[in-house]
Design a protein around this ligand. Structure first.
Ligand code: MN
Length: 231
């Protein structure tokens, strides 16, 4: 049997210290998962985590030490950066308890949940889906995956983003409202997680716009740097 059109290529992310790559199935994202970011978006208090998704081919995969190019997307005049810790799922499952979540994690990467904020806000006000603001082409730059160093999910570590050398976002993974284990518990209660799923875990405060020519440098402790040029 053949295919009537060419099948799409498997999207994959390099793994630090390995010649083999991590194949991507789905890209999940957690909304408003740091208190100070929830506040800057007009919300307060702890609400149950909520999720949205991006297509796997929205990833812009950037090799270790390289600077990747992200094309400025059409339809927006307010493209925002959101630096995030990304969790790579290596073992699938449903109804995973937070206490067992660590054994489902293959590793971690630095990612950017790029957002057409103007279009997201129009959708939010109208009660429409978020795809137009979140799930556009090249909306998810990501660096290489670092294999998990511990059996328990990452609980702390500095996370930051600079644009043209100026710090825009600076926080710590310990400030996640829902930690990595809890995210996996909630997500796997709603969908069966599968090997190859990525989870963007949410962004801290300081989201703001970038324009063509800007250089974004994201960092998460232990995961190196993610360097992305908006072109
Ligand atoms: Mn986000």
């Amino acid at each position: 049997m053949g295919f009537v059109i060419d099948p799409p290529p498997v999207v994959s992310v390099p793994v630090v210290g390995s010649a083999d790559r991590f194949p991507v199935r789905r890209v999940w994202c957690v909304g408003r998962n740091y208190v100070e970011h929830a506040k800057e978006m007009g919300f307060t208090g702890r609400e149950p985590p909520f999720f949205f998704a991006k297509p796997a081919d929205a990833l812009v995969v950037i090799a270790d030490g390289a600077t990747g190019d992200m094309p400025y997307p059409p339809g927006t005049e307010d493209l925002h950066h959101e630096i995030e810790l990304v969790v790579a799922i290596g073992v699938g499952g449903r109804a995973i308890a937070a206490a067992d979540a660590g054994r489902h994690v293959y590793g971690y990467a630095i990612g950017l949940d790029m957002t057409r904020r103007d279009l997201q806000m129009v959708a939010r006000k109208a009660g429409r889906p978020w795809e137009v603001g979140k799930a556009f082409d090249a909306s998810a730059p990501i660096g290489p995956i670092h294999r998990a160093a511990s059996a328990s999910p990452m609980a702390a570590g500095a996370i930051s983003l600079e644009v043209n050398g100026a710090v825009r976002q600076s926080s710590d993974v310990s400030k996640l409202i829902w930690n990595i284990g809890e995210i996996i518990e909630h997500l796997s209660a709603l969908w069966e997680l599968a090997p190859g799923d990525l989870i963007y875990s949410g962004t801290p405060e300081g989201v703001a716009a970038v324009v063509r020519g800007d250089l974004m440098v994201g960092r998460v402790a232990g995961l190196g740097e993610l360097r992305v040029r908006v072109v």
